[in-house]
Design a binder for this molecule. Sequence first.
Ligand SMILES: [Zn+2]
Length: 410
Amino acid sequence: MSLFINADRLYDSIMEIGKIGETEKGGSCRLALTDLDKQARDLLAAWCKKLGCKLIVDQMGNMFFRIKGKDNSLPPIGMGSHLDTQPSGGKYDGVFGVMSALEVLRTLHENNIQTESPIELINWTNEEGSRFAPCMIGSGVYTGKHSLEEGLNCKDNEGKLLGEELKRIGYSGDSMIKPNLKAYIEPHIEQGPILEDEQKSIGIVLGALGQKWYDLEITGLEAHAGPTPMHLRKDALLGAIKIIDAVNRIAQKYKPDGRGTVGELKIYPNSRNVIPGSVLMSIDIRHSQADILDFMEAELKEVILVVSDSMKLKMKLTNVTQFPNVNFNKICIDAVRQSADKLGYSHMNIVSGAGHDAVFVSDVVPTAMIFIPCKDGISHNEIEFASKEDIEKGCNILLHTILKLDKTEI
Ligand SMILES: [Zn+2]
């Protein structure tokens, strides 16, 4: 007979963590390294202690709870996510992953199952990036994407340093841990609408979309809205509209993984009776394949040239940042899929559109993710919701994936 997690216990733990920093509409506000984050960390530590876990905290405050395997010279298998939230976050983003990992440890413990490799539950520091930018700084330093100095010197809006706040709440460790995991599995709510739309319980995450972010500055000429006839205008906003439309068209062309978004627009002088003289806008394009993302970029640049020429506008495109697309480890992905097949849960392949700690970790450790649906695809919102049934399924998949990887050479 298959081993199953205890769904009530898992759900109750998610709800209990959710009470720390609970908001009016039933979400959570638990910004990284606040007193509330400390409370959640302390509660997790207390729960893990009951299972006999050893806690190691690194210099970025990442928490690693380890239970022994039969052979402790083997690299541990990691699983987890993050406990920090957005200011008006939900109860499930991050928490589902950490509590599922805890539930797996509890299930192994009560069934007296000892794996070959040690198992580690990981809680990453400051995934959300809403108090300290950039996001995913804990896993970012762990994986060498950012230096320790960069990590510790992140400042919040009040000028408080991440390193100081770690010390204040008592979660500043002595050293960084070298990425030594055999594998890492992160369960997470999808944060998008695909699984719900396709009526699937489990998303087998193949990787993450590559992203390119730009600023586009469009310069025309401010002039009076009355005396300037239409054919003699240099309207920067009209140029922006053509670019916005093109960004959407380009993303549509590379369905289903293409994404194109203009989320910020600043119009100058932003006055009712002045033709807009300049516009500053953000552009965000994404795709799962690096070569297609390059095509999308080339097409965007071409459109910018054509529009600026025909409308006699100056356009300056600046790269802000980019994240390469990520392909998760095939053996880890297969272990997730085989678990879903074995347990008879409906599943589909999916690519993560958002960043996650797992995306960084996959650079240095064989990694995969497990997605479960969230209602209406909504997250980073107090009304974020995942059903108890899907939470149970996601955690059962985690349990069986970990057991499978324990017996698999990677
Ligand atoms: Zn998250």
